[in-house]
Design a protein around this ligand. Structure first.
Ligand code: F6P
Length: 367
């Protein structure tokens, strides 16, 4: 397709290293085709509330604007995880919030600006919005982002490799201090309801115990593993806990539930550490890696995959592909229907090679 196009790109949900690389690749690939490309500020807020932005909520993307950003964390156009247009939180007079469906309004504003197509970069929430917009006739191509790696139909999402790399570096550092004090170090990592970060960082970072949402744990088994190590003269232990880990017969550890946003998980690391201390008598400390996993420069892998995804999204538009998500299907970048990509969350399969590797290394999942 050679027609001149005016396209928009947005980044939604929690940020992930590589967002700027996607923006740069999509911009350069568009300019090369003599298209115009604009960044929507803060998810869709730039189109839903333009009056809130001195620049009108849209950022004209040019080669100059995207110069030197491949290696930068964050996103130059901003993001939000309180801006789902299907459940937009609107403040009532009494200070409470009501969720409002603003999809049609968003599409109207999109058309008022004469945009032809949208590139939506985000995780499961953003892909569900992209699918809803596509179902209403908007021309959308999705790009899978999230440190959690919980999106179906792509082998990996960008951001995940950087998060795991940083977590492994932290585990390396924690080993020496744990050994010096003969302590149990409990390291809580993000990942929402999937254990990918905990599993891969835990195995690569030589954890002794890994607790993931896919395998509910028994704290007695966790304590038994620490005691068994103690009996072998291994008087310190490293426990990696996914924020979505939960005890058998227990529930997720939820920090807050707010209108218009996903529930926030956290705090399970502190609980596990307290219980370990109680059961084993060993001193336990908690480290929550949290947003450190999302910040900073993308790894070499994430830079490359983000650049490939951004360029592939523009190629998808050139090829008149609609309602698809760019996906890594090694060695190629492919396109999958948004319908398939949003059907379910990608959790850790219990029969995967990394789980078997963990068992063979003697790592416990607290079962
Ligand atoms: O989805 C990415 C993620 O970092 C999750 O791992 C985490 O639960 C969530 O976002 C935290 O989001 P925030 O603190 O930005 O609301």
């Amino acid at each position: 397709m050679n027609k001149h196009m005016k396209i928009a790109i947005c980044t939604g949900g929690g940020d992930a290293p590589g967002l700027n690389a996607v923006i740069r690749a999509a911009t350069l690939a568009s300019i090369r085709r003599d298209w115009e490309i604009y960044g929507i500020r803060d998810g869709y807020n730039g189109l839903l509330m333009p009056e809130e932005y001195p620049d009108g909520g849209l950022v004209p993307l040019t080669p100059e604007r995207v110069r030197g950003i491949t290696h930068l964390g964050g996103t130059i156009i901003g993001t939000t995880n309180r801006g789902n247009p299907m459940k937009y939180p609107v403040k009532n007079f009494d200070g409470s919030f009501t969720e409002v469906d603003r999809l049609d309004e968003l599409i109207r504003n999109f058309q008022l600006h004469n945009f032809d197509a949208l590139i939506s970069v985000g995780g499961d929430g953003s892909m569900a919005i992209a699918k809803a917009l596509s179902d209403k006739g908007l021309w959308v191509v999705g790009v899978p982002k999230t440190i959690d790696n919980d999106l179906e139909k792509t082998v990996i999402t960008f951001g995940f490799d950087t998060a795991v790399g940083f977590a492994v570096e932290c585990l390396d550092r924690l080993h020496s201090t744990a050994a010096a004090h003969r302590r149990v170090m409990v390291v809580e990592v993000m990942g929402r309801y999937a254990g990918w970060i905990a599993l891969e960082a835990g195995v690569a970072g030589s954890a002794d115990i890994i607790l993931i949402p896919e395998i509910p744990y028994d704290i007695q088994k966790v304590a038994a593993k620490i005691e068994e190590r103690e009996n072998r003269g291994r008087d310190f232990s490293i426990v990696v806990v996914a924020e979505g880990a939960r005890p058998k017969d227990g529930t997720f550890s939820v920090i807050s539930r707010e209108t218009g946003r996903a529930e926030r998980l956290g705090g399970v690391g502190e609980k596990v550490a307290a219980e370990i201390q109680e059961l084993t008598g060993k001193e336990a400390r908690t480290v929550v890696l949290g947003h450190l996993l999302r910040g900073g420069a993308p790894s070499r892998f994430d830079r490359l995959i983000a650049l490939r995804f951004g360029a592939a999204a523009v190629r998808a538009l050139s090829e008149d592909r609609r309602g698809v998500m760019v996906a890594l299907d090694p060695p190629v970048v492919n396109y999958v229907p948004l319908e398939e990509a949003t059907r379910r969350m990608k959790t850790v399969p219990l029969d995967c090679d990394t789980i078997h590797t963990a068992y063979d290394l003697g790592i416990s999942f607290g079962e």
